[in-house]
Design a protein around this ligand. Structure first.
Ligand code: FE
Length: 399
């Protein structure tokens, strides 16, 4: 352990095998966790930095974001808060199409800069791994531009780790809305041409589609998910945000890693998710913005579905970059316990992304947060304030 160094603090919460305990130390070596345990048992000869009255946890993992966007949808928010529905929002120039137009008017460089700045702000909130979806391009060339900007962010070691997802079906571009044949042709093109190109270019690890009333059907989502699976991509789907149209059953059928939203899901769908090992990604900031009732957390628990909490960071329905805020709402609005919420944004979130990390287990990447807090439960409250002292990725400070 020639390069090993240690950090000691008032409390360590590993979200892994060693649990949480007071007066602990963690030893980092070659970018990984080499040892964790009581301070007095730390290996001899390793220099230990005393961080005093602080808390060390693994970095938070945000498993559902739309962080690659530009522009501003402040006008839409005012319409929404005044009670406007999606038609009023569209009439005011808002919605997914407004983010598409902003993307059309920008460059890959500018999008990358906006994304990198956003990821750095997320790091300052304690996040070391972020799933980032495309989905504001809608047209293939703009989706690819978005995915290339995401790939550039993923190549940067001074930002949180990035897990890229191709959100293949988010909304129809205007040209595909006039007839069912145009709609089908758009979806065929995405399935047959764009999905293979994205997979061959290594531009995504997952495929996603928005399965809901007023969005895409189960059959349409399956149409893009099957070639994506065949090309080696994992599946995560937006399902049941507004209506149960069978999205949970589709996730189970496809062996999806996650079913996201789930405000509307029946017992049959929950049982299928549990049997398939598909995690539920809860997005409390979105249901808060939309004034919706929470998903059926007690029934999810009873069915044995793994719970993940994510920010859904996007310019429309979840106008935040803060996973800690989502955790606060998961506890206050959804009734998760603080421990459930924290596991849902660390170990379980990382597993749903097939990513290393989310724990301080030996061998995990040294992605960790030193918090100006005395206990991990203080991550979920007080809310709305920065609470990190230092954020490390692979043992190196990124915030
Ligand atoms: Fe989303």
């Amino acid at each position: 352990m020639t390069t090993a160094r240690g950090l000691a603090a008032r409390r360590i919460a590993t979200f892994g095998a060693a649990g949480a305990f007071d007066d602990g130390a963690v030893v980092l070596d070659a970018g990984k966790i080499a040892w964790v345990g009581p301070r007095g048992d730390a290996p001899a000869g390793v220099p230990i930095e005393d961080l005093g009255d602080r808390l060390i946890t693994p970095g938070l993992v945000d498993a559902h974001t739309h962080a690659a966007w530009v522009g501003s949808r402040h006008a839409e928010y005012a319409v929404r808060m005044a009670g406007g529905d999606y038609r009023d929002i569209a009439a005011a120039g808002g919605g997914i199409l407004s983010s598409m137009r902003a993307l059309q008017a920008t460059t890959e460089d500018a999008l990358f800069e906006a994304l990198a700045a956003r990821l750095l702000r997320m790091a300052r909130l304690g996040v070391t791994c972020v799933e980032v979806k495309s989905g504001y391009g809608l047209e293939p060339e703009l989706e690819l531009l978005q995915l290339r900007a995401i790939a550039r962010a993923a190549a940067r070691e001074d930002l949180p780790r990035v897990v890229p997802t191709f959100l293949a079906l988010h909304a129809l571009p205007e040209r595909a809305r006039a007839t069912p044949a145009l709609r089908a042709a758009y979806i065929d093109h995405v399935a047959e041409i764009v999905v293979p190109e994205v997979a061959a270019g290594g531009l995504a690890r997952f495929v996603d589609a928005y399965v809901d009333a007023n969005a895409f059907t189960v059959d349409e989502a399956r149409r893009v998910a099957l070639p994506a699976k065949a090309a080696g991509l994992g599946v995560r789907l937006h399902v049941g945000q507004f209506a149960d149209v069978g999205g949970a059953e589709l996730c189970a059928e496809l062996g999806a890693r996650s079913a996201d939203h789930l405000e509307h899901v029946g017992d049959h769908g929950l049982a299928r998710l549990a049997a398939a090992g598909t995690a539920a990604v809860l997005l409390p900031t979105a249901s808060f913005t939309l004034g919706q009732a929470p998903p059926p957390v007690a029934r999810l628990r009873a069915a044995g579905v793994a719970l993940v909490v994510a920010s859904d960071a996007n310019p429309g329905t979840a106008p935040t970059e803060s996973l800690p805020l989502a955790l606060a709402l998961a506890v206050r609005q959804y009734g998760l316990t603080p421990d459930e919420a924290l596991l849902a944004a660390t170990r379980t979130a990382a597993r749903s992304l097939d990513a290393a990390g989310g724990t301080l287990d030996v061998g995990s990447p040294a992605d960790l947060v030193v918090w100006d807090l005395q206990h991990e439960h203080a991550i979920v409250q007080p809310w709305g304030v920065p609470k990190t002292h230092r954020v490390l990725r692979g043992g190196r400070p990124i915030a």
